[in-house]
Design a protein around this ligand. Sequence first.
Ligand code: ACM
Length: 542
Amino acid sequence: MKAKILILSLIGCIATSIISAQSLSLIPLPQSVETGEGEFVFKDKLVAQITPQAKEVFDLFAKDFSRATDIKIKQIQKSSKAQLELNLVASLPAEGYTLKVTKEKISIAASQPAGFFYALQTLKQLLPRNVMAGVPDSSVRRWSIPCVEIEDAPRFAWRGFMLDEGRHFFGKEAVKRVIDVMAAYKMNRFHWHLTEDQGWRIEIKKYPKLTEVGAWRESKGLGYGNVKPDTEHYGGFYTQKDIREIVEYAKARFIEIVPEVDIPGHSQAAIAAYPEILACDPENKHEVWLWQGVSADVINVANPKAVQFAKDVIDELTELFPFGYIHLGGDECPVNKWRENEQCKARLAAIGSQNYRDLQIDFYKQLHDHIAQKPKDKQRRLIFWNEILYGNTSMLSNDITVMAWIGANQAAVEAAKRGMTTILSPQIPYYINRKQSPLPTEPMSQGHGTESVEAVYNYIPMNNVPAELQSKYLGVQANFWTEWVVEESVLQYLMLPRLAAVAEAGWTAQQKRNYEDFVNRLQAEKAYYEKSGLNYGKHVIK
Ligand code: ACM
């Protein structure tokens, strides 16, 4: 009889843990989840006791939570009546937290506001998904969460997403929606690709033509091959007021914005605005580009006025973005025009090199030195795409960060060997603007559909990297290029649910990651996406 009870209770335990793995549906999967017996049932009113360090974070949570559930929250000073507690525990890791739910109480601890924010995101994921969406759901009659003990902290410090708004402009509200999804998945870096051959999207006070001229073009879609531009007047940009609003929005969600001004390549829109200081051939006509691809019209890096322009732009970016990094691009910069330009030839000789790529490094060095002489609070670390490694980076500095996209695994190792920090954003499979299925119903985009949810999920970051280089790996990032993507609904469709897969690679220890388990947990996201009004790829969501 005893043996039978033991077997039954063992089966019960196994059943509980199988049910919990699926029904908890947490993304990204926490470090440790122990489910208990029973549940915490919410009443009409929730009494909460909040440490001052969590106050701002909690107020943001409380607004969404009360709107979605109609449960009122009463915040009190220390009292045994609290049903929800947020306590400061200094020994917990940065961004980490613990969340303990018993039948009587929900207890959260963290050492920093970010940890409280992530704990509350997890708490929302333990509830019906209308809570994460922040909208009411009258079909829910009883609000409860299972008893559980969670200990959690991220694997990587950098869990990023890049959006290219140079090719197509989506606007403030679309960007806030992206930030909301990133926050739901505990991502913390929004890399904002703000300039391109096809458009300059950020107001720079000292150079007003960047947006008067550079933010507009005479085609909405971009020409390619035999397909001509469509002649529609198209464009848009963010004013500095818009930028400040989005910065505040992101900060409240523990997302640092990494603004990217891609120079000296991918700069035809800026050159069209100021050919007299930026063009290698100012005597010729320059216009905002109407085509896909890589333009050969690059900035004349040997012109001191172009260097001054870049410094001035960096100064305004520094004032607008109170974060750690500025990205200066550096990818796909053809050097043909430099080869034919007397100023460039002379500068290359002056720096004692025959490699035209070093002109780019020399340009960056002047910008790096400009930042280095700023006061401490205005210092920014520079990020570049991994083509920077094709030049003599010893002329520059190793206190830069390399974003590895092409041949990403090898490039990241090379950057780390040169003493630089690095971020993994492999074109295949982390360019999540590429088709996520070979089905003919997939919207027009790059790729052949091989960047499926599974392929994205199964990329292993920092695989077989020598132990001594691993501290240089900041983390992972999904990138989204918009040559083909004109509408926000297509952006969302291609981004989701693959963003969740990258978020989990950034947060969850590799040995805990399992694609089938992820797909099981992903099923709950259908309700989150639909209640939030977000479009998504339906391939693996039933
Ligand atoms: C890139 O994909 N050109 C960074």
